[in-house]
Design a binder for this molecule. Structure first.
Ligand SMILES: [Zn+2]
Length: 427
């Protein structure tokens, strides 16, 4: 069993009792204070370091933290900052200090060598919540509720809160978010330290949760091959079984209908238009295009998360130690179903998720597997014809040598499952 730590983000919708304005005031205060705590901790670490080197110069030996001063670097920082920020809940302030001290400890060697600069936390840092100050529960009307202890006793008096815990309703947008919420609630997943962040004037809880994953014996000779976005979003095959996993792209088609036509129209217009949107510079002129672009890239990225998750989950389920994919460089975007998709982002996500589980990702940099016959190995001239095969329209593949007739997708994915084929070069 290995333990994984993951993060799920939930939007904070409203406080259960009390009004938004007070909560927003508290959160803004905490965000500001957390930033100060983090930066001051770094400053104190710097002083601590200076003291250490002075001591060494003077006495010729390293100062041993605890023995000399009675406390560690963390204790030194906490002691100073606790008094300076009395409104923050004590567990949360120590969480923030811990975060900065960890960062310092990992960066310090490079900082002292002059390779890195001293870390600086900018506006909008996440507000740290110690795991003991966060609790999940279901509300009266079955809402999803997060109960948080944000303030110390003094802080609660200052902001006029009666009870220690502050209950807020969070938005559970999809099945996955619901599943994780209920698993943390039931204790199946452990709750870790959380953060509250602000994005476009909305507040979010980034909940860290721990899950124990049963390690499956992966076999590196078992290969999962996946075609991404050619005839449909995903087409997965395995080297050791004949089962296939496919995904239809209805949501992509729907999105495209809704947005892409409008987007293309906008781009066309902007190049020729001389009307209302001109006059305040480029930013104004491209404002709507930019917002559209953000929407499209957001849609692709969230789907990439889903796709990469499916690929890696399938690899684990089928005990594949290797995933073979096509290099984004060789995907012909004009004819691919996903078109001009964020393929590199998808590849990165697959690699990242696979790496966590010890699965190797091989990226094939050739298109030969589209021409090679998966049955006899003959390299055919590309002859792609649209035909009805097993009830669905798909580009069909026909081998001149052995007469194999199948879909281009099926033939290519079958080739992708082969290990180290000489016809295929690797990245
Ligand atoms: Zn053949």
């Amino acid at each position: 069993m290995t333990q994984h730590i993951r993060v799920m983000q939930y939007q904070i919708v409203k406080p259960c009792n009390g009004d938004w304005s007070t909560l927003a005031k508290v959160l803004s205060y905490l965000q500001n204070a957390t930033r100060q705590v983090l930066n001051k901790t770094i400053q104190l670490c710097w002083e601590w370091q200076g003291f250490g080197s002075d001591y060494k110069r003077k006495f010729g030996e390293n100062a041993v933290d605890r023995e000399l001063l009675g406390y560690s670097l963390f204790g030194f920082c906490y002691h100073q900052l606790r008094q300076e920020f009395p409104l923050i809940h004590s567990s949360n302030i120590s969480q923030s200090i811990q975060r900065a001290v960890l960062r310092w400890n990992s960066d310090a060697p490079e900082i002292l060598n002059g390779v890195k600069s001293v870390p600086c936390y900018k506006r909008g840092v996440g507000v740290d919540l110690h795991k003991d100050t966060v609790r999940l529960k279901r509300g009266k009307n079955n809402e999803f509720v997060v109960s948080m202890n944000l303030l110390s006793l003094i802080g609660r008096k200052e902001f006029g809160f009666k009870s220690a815990a502050l209950d807020t309703v969070i938005k559970v947008a999809d099945g996955r978010q619901r599943q994780i919420f209920s698993r943390v609630l039931s204790g199946e997943y452990g709750l870790g330290a959380c953060q509250i962040v602000c994005h476009k004037r909305k507040w979010f809880l980034q909940m860290r949760y721990k899950l124990a994953v049963k390690e499956r014996q992966l076999n590196s000779n078992h290969i999962l091959a996946v075609r991404m976005g050619i005839e449909r979003p995903l087409y997965i095959a395995f080297s050791h079984t004949s089962s296939r996993v496919t995904l239809n792209g209805d949501n992509v088609t729907a999105f495209r209908k809704k947005f892409m036509a409008r987007y293309a129209g906008m781009i066309r217009q902007k190049t020729m238009q001389g009307g209302g949107n001109i006059g305040r510079g480029k930013a104004k002129r491209f404002e709507r295009i930019e917002s559209m672009r953000t929407k499209i890239s957001g849609f692709q990225k969230s789907l990439n998360h889903k796709y990469s998750r499916i690929i890696v989950e399938q690899a684990v389920l089928n005990r594949c130690g290797t995933i073979q994919i096509e290099s984004p460089n060789v995907i012909r975007r004009q004819t691919a179903f996903l078109g001009n998709w964020a393929y590199f982002d998808l590849k990165r996500k697959v690699e990242y998720k696979a790496q966590q589980l010890g699965i190797k990702v091989v990226c094939l940099k050739t298109r030969d597997y589209e021409q090679r016959c998966s049955q006899c190995g003959h390299l055919n001239a590309v002859r792609e014809t649209s035909k009805v095969l097993s009830g669905a329209y798909a580009r069909s593949f026909f081998c001149e040598s052995c007469g194999l007739l199948t879909t281009v997708d099926e033939n290519a994915v079958q080739n992708l499952t082969l290990p180290n084929k000489p016809v295929m070069s690797q990245d």
